[in-house]
Design a protein around this ligand. Structure first.
Ligand code: HEC
Ligand code: HEC
Ligand SMILES: [Ca+2]
Ligand SMILES: [Ca+2]
Ligand SMILES: [Ca+2]
Length: 452
């Protein structure tokens, strides 16, 4: 009798464990913890965190106005300082509705695509070395009377592949040619195409404890699973220190304040107390003036605050059977080895992002993704083949918010499945496992990712 009870207890335990595997935590429906936004519509990425107080909401809205402001050439009453050279006139053109920019098809309209450039070697802080006369970013637009640095031509090659079940798929690879440079381009120039990213939930990512990120590092792949995450370590000119990089496609930026200051300066041509020199510094068209910053430090911190307090929308269909089967595949295949599911944040820039249980599906670490995705341009510790794992939260809402489903650093993937099939390098094993799935399983995996 005793034996029987023990036996049935064991069976029950096995049974309940098995069921447990495909169950969700109750909190998974709310990937941004208490910041999570509950309504699903095309404006779902433009919502303040749900847990802001009145004063914080006010600052968020002020930052929102700066994020969507169109900058104009000086002198002007408001939003002055555009250029002399720039990529676009506002933050929001490259981060449409705070979501992902579509892939551009022609150099005449690059959408949210910009090119980081450099020459081999490093600067004094270990970062990318300036391309002489061009700096570390290509500005393809200029104020009247000034010269843009260059223009760009885009072409595509399409290649067909097949899954093991015989179903075909094809991948489209863009390539870029820099044209009409204002002076000769260095012959050894390195060019990294980067598309404007979604900007939701970033205050939460900034609030993840550094030790929790470093705990996932496995630089020499000690556990032999083929995956060797590495944190980028980058220069912070505000703290005058090397810090862990978290933001941008190669985690080349340590904080959202610096990201905002850098974007104003390089993308729009607007100076601040952090970057007081115009982006034409070093060029003959540099005006040499040491004028007042074009945004003050309050405007800059309001802008950063805005990106620190954008809500993550809640998940859809998170208890659907196909989504749950897809979730099981995601973990079985090992996608979570880089797309880390869950963290509890530490102390963030604002109380709203502190101590939250979040589900961003990223380790924020660098991974070698193979030669096909490589930009071959190092960025601090990131090699020419390494990219930061992007967060997957909100990814399924991109079609609703942005009207497209372009993914990866230059938008080359036309949907979630193509993005997966571009994986190589450290993720080669995971990709091979996906090629062996049945059609139904592939759909379940994509459905799960799309529910995030
Ligand atoms: C010309 C297009 C463009 C403009 C204008 C632009 N951005 Fe970006 N943004 C990008 C690109 C491209 C990246 C990725 C950069 C990288 O990989 O280094 C990015 C990254 C970011 C990130 C980091 C996102 C992440 O997940 O790590 C933030 C925050 C951000 N931008 C804020 C801003 C703000 C604030 C402004 C306005 C001051 C702005 N951006 C203007 C294109 C743009
Ligand atoms: C070795 C680490 C690693 C593994 C394993 C991995 N990924 Fe990724 N994933 C990345 C990196 C890095 C990128 C960005 C690459 C780029 O933009 O060039 C990425 C990009 C993506 C994107 C596009 C996201 C965006 O915003 O553009 C999706 C979707 C994705 N991965 C899903 C998966 C799935 C599903 C699996 C498992 C089959 C998987 N990944 C396995 C590292 C990984
Ligand atoms: Ca300016
Ligand atoms: Ca430049
Ligand atoms: Ca490993």
């Amino acid at each position: 009798m005793k034996k029987y009870i023990l036996y049935s207890f064991a069976v029950l335990l096995i049974f309940s464990c098995k069921k447990e595997e495909i169950k969700n935590d109750a909190s998974e429906e709310f990937p941004g913890g208490a910041t999570t936004y509950n309504n699903i519509f095309s404006g779902s990425f433009e919502q303040p965190s749900s847990n802001l107080n009145t004063a914080e909401l006010l600052q968020h809205n002020t930052g929102d106005a700066h994020f969507s402001a169109n900058f104009v050439t000086s002198p002007a009453i408001r939003n002055q300082g555009l250029g002399p050279i720039f990529n676009h006139i506002s933050c929001v053109v490259c981060h449409p509705k705070n979501g992902k920019s579509p892939q551009p098809f022609s150099g005449d309209d690059l959408k949210g695509l910009l090119f980081r450039i450099s020459v081999p070697g490093t600067d004094i802080h270990g970062g990318p070395a300036n391309a002489p006369g061009f700096g570390t970013q290509l500005q393809n637009k200029a104020n009247v009377g000034k010269q843009a640095e260059a223009s760009v031509q885009i072409s595509f090659t399409e290649t067909s592949f097949a899954f093991e079940d015989g179903t075909n798929y094809s991948l489209r690879k863009p390539s870029y040619t820099l044209m009409n440079p204002y002076i000769s381009l260095p012959s050894n120039i390195l060019v990294s195409p980067r598309l404007g990213q979604q900007v939701i939930g970033l205050g939460l990512l900034e609030a993840i404890n550094e030790r929790d990120l470093l705990a996932h590092e496995d630089i020499s792949d000690a556990n032999g699973d083929g995956i060797s995450g590495k944190a980028n370590k980058v220069w912070n000119p505000v703290s005058n220190k090397i810090e862990v990089g978290r933001f941008g496609w190669k985690a080349g930026n340590p904080t959202l304040l610096l990201q905002a200051a850098g974007a104003l300066n390089q993308d729009i041509g607007v100076t601040s107390h952090i970057f007081p020199s115009e982006n034409s510094f070093g060029q003959t068209q540099y005006d040499g003036l040491n004028d007042e910053p074009e945004v003050d430090s309050q405007q800059l911190s309001d802008l950063a605050f805005y990106t620190q307090t954008l809500a993550v929308p809640k998940r859809r269909d998170f208890n659907n059977d196909d989504v749950l089967s897809g979730k099981q595949l995601f973990f079985k295949i090992g996608c979570d080895k880089c797309h880390t599911q869950k963290y509890i944040t530490g102390t963030g820039a604002t109380p709203s992002v502190s101590n939250q249980t979040i589900y961003p599906y990223t380790d924020l670490l660098l991974h070698d993704m193979g030669p096909e995705l490589a930009d071959n341009r190092p960025d601090f510790l990131a090699s020419g083949t390494e990219w930061r794992t992007p967060p997957l939260w909100g990814i399924g809402l991109t079609p609703l918010v942005n009207g497209h489903s372009n993914l990866l650093h230059d938008g080359r993937a036309r949907n979630i499945l193509e993005a997966i099939m571009w994986h190589g390098g450290e993720a080669e094993n995971q990709k091979i496992k996906v090629t062996k799935l049945s059609k139904k399983e592939r759909e379940q995996l994509v459905r799960f990712v799309g529910s995030l």
